[in-house]
Write a protein that binds this ligand. Structure first.
Ligand code: AMP
Length: 551
């Protein structure tokens, strides 16, 4: 893992302040390789993918070179598309936020040229643009290249593939020979090499070393989640997966703070770790996490370094990491001590490139899963509540409230109504209300990509409900095996009719829950069936079958 802090890269204070404000905690691998070399004035060839943080790797040294008191073009960034030019210019504005006199403009084809003339005349110091339109401005005289100190070719391979070779060459040929040039490219080929040879001055080749990394014992998946839905989806997954301990990784300190606040507001026992947390506080947080008082730890990569806790059930990548190596480090915190760990990554839009990069590095696919619905979560909560109430009843630890119960009974309430009211109160006290999110609509229409191995909904499986031809009274039986034990309705029907001596066609509803099942049988058969099935096994497992106490 890369450990150089931003402060050691030789960047001026206003840029370090902007980085701090953005909450970037540490440079990505390409940033820590490229920035110091670029700051020394060397030409660079950076082999780097989208999502690796390459934009900041060239924007930061570029901003460091600009004399904001001179209102002439000093840095030129060439991009293959209008979208990329806009994105790069946005990053320039973010990273240049503490340079009040900075004037940067995007220039691309398809937009009114008049407005661009004005922006250029207005004293732009940094221009980001597509080659064709930039050449247009050069020819018309609206772009004066005489003071350009630095040129960057972003996605040089793509620009060549798109047929911009001539425009690029004409542009580069007219820039001052003394300028510094940085070539960034995802791939290297003859055409890119040719360009570098012609326009570079003994450039340094920078490439991130790719180690083969494996993460076999971890079940990995990704969800397509918009930024604004992340908290809701995280909460849904925490409820469904019910981990004892979970770590949520974010890329910035700001995201860690926001995510922790949101989790706390929704009642999750969460806490944070990032570079601004003091050593003393860090130890306290880790101890509380180890003790299980904090169940969800939200952290940046740096802050999570050295955490050695074995019982982490699940790792969330709230943001996709920049370097595949960080992904491996992050998810390696689960699946320890022979356990199977789980790793979940939230991905949206351009993050997909980063995910593909990770997949290439670990040589594994990270399948997409459907975002679980609110209903599934609600059902899971209801099941969990049911289970804990039943466990309490079976353990007999519910005494001490007789006077209240008797008072309610005396007032004419039935036992069922009282229990119902208590269930409702408990649901309200334990569950926070979820929110509807855009993914609830798009989640189902995922082009069949949804991998059915996702945790299935925990709602009672009503598809197994059956209507019988028997007209007498029915009784409910409780079976202590359910869906998680691999039981299905077909097994049960076979067993009750064959071994349980239930007359054909008289079996009622069968409701499968995760850990138990309720079966309706004719009242008159109950004793006989319970006796007949006393020593029976289902899927090789002995079980407990008894009259359901709720009935
Ligand atoms: P890029 O690979 O340049 O497209 O960058 C991908 C995203 O990462 C952009 O949204 C940047 O704002 C963000 N980013 C770049 N560098 C860092 C960093 N050191 N820490 C956190 N986020 C970063």
């Amino acid at each position: 893992m890369n450990t150089t802090p931003f402060a050691e890269l030789g960047l001026p204070t206003p840029l370090l302040e902007a980085i701090e404000h953005l909450g970037y905690e540490r440079p990505s691998a390409i940033q820590s390789l490229a920035i110091p070399v670029a700051m020394e004035g060397h030409d660079i060839v950076g082999l780097s993918q989208t999502g690796s943080g390459k934009t900041a790797a060239f924007v930061l040294p570029a901003l460091a070179r600009i004399d904001v008191n001179r209102r002439k073009p000093q840095v030129l960034i060439l991009c293959p598309t209008r979208e990329l030019a806009i994105q790069v210019c946005e990053e320039v504005h973010r990273l240049g936020s503490r340079l009040p006199k900075l004037h940067a403009v995007p220039v691309y084809g398809g937009a009114p040229i008049g407005r661009q003339f004005r922006a250029l005349e207005d004293g732009a110091q940094l221009i980001v643009g597509t080659p064709g339109r930039l050449l247009d401005h050069l020819r018309r005289g609206s772009f004066d290249p005489s003071e350009v100190k630095m040129t960057i070719l972003d996605e040089a391979d793509r620009m060549l593939d798109m047929g911009f070779r001539e425009e690029m060459e004409e542009l580069l040929a007219q820039l001052p020979a003394s300028r510094q040039t940085m070539f960034f490219s995802a791939t290297m080929n003859r055409a890119v090499e040719g360009l570098i040879k012609k326009f570079g001055k003994s450039p340094q080749m920078l490439e991130i070393e790719r180690k083969a990394l494996t993460v076999d014992s971890i079940e990995q998946r990704h969800y397509e989640v918009r930024e604004r839905s992340k908290v809701e989806v995280l909460c849904r997954l925490l409820d469904l997966e019910d981990p004892r301990l979970a770590i949520v990784f974010c890329n910035t300190k700001k995201a860690v703070d926001e995510c922790t606040e949101a989790l706390l507001a929704r009642g999750y026992p969460a806490d944070r770790l990032h570079g601004d947390v003091t050593q003393q506080m860090r130890e306290r947080v880790l101890q509380r996490f180890r003790d299980g008082k904090v169940e969800v730890l939200v952290a940046t990569d740096v802050a999570a370094r050295g955490i050695d806790i074995e019982e982490i059930d699940i790792v969330f990548n709230y943001d996709v990491p920049h370097d595949p190596e960080d992904y491996v480090h992050r998810i390696g915190r689960t699946g320890r001590a022979g356990r199977t760990g789980r790793a979940v990554t939230f991905v949206f839009g351009r993050d997909l490139y980063r995910l593909q990069n990770i997949e290439r590095t670990i040589r594994q696919k990270i399948p997409r899963h459907r975002v679980p619905s609110q209903e599934e979560v609600e059902d899971r909560r209801a099941d969990a509540l049911y289970d804990s109430v039943r466990d309490r009843l079976e353990a007999g630890s519910f005494q001490g409230h007789e006077t209240y119960i008797e008072r309610l009974l005396d007032q004419g309430h039935t036992a069922t109504d009282i229990a119902g009211a208590l269930f409702t109160l408990l649901r309200e006290a334990t569950g926070t209300k979820g929110q509807s999110i855009a993914e609830d609509q798009s989640g189902t229409a995922d082009g069949g990509k949804f991998d059915r191995s996702d945790r299935t909904p925990h709602r009672p499986d009503r598809s197994n409900e059956r209507s019988n031809s028997y007209a007498g009274d029915m009784a409910k039986l409780f079976l202590n095996l359910g869906k998680t034990h691999g039981i299905n309705a077909k097994d049960l029907v076979g067993m009750f009719y064959r071994e349980g001596q239930v007359p054909d066609g008289s079996l009622g509803h069968i409701k499968l829950f995760p850990r138990h099942t309720i079966i309706e049988v004719p009242e008159e058969c109950v004793e006989k069936t319970l006796r007949a099935l006393q020593k029976a096994k289902l899927r090789g497992k002995p079980f407990l079958l008894k009259r359901d106490k709720q009935a």
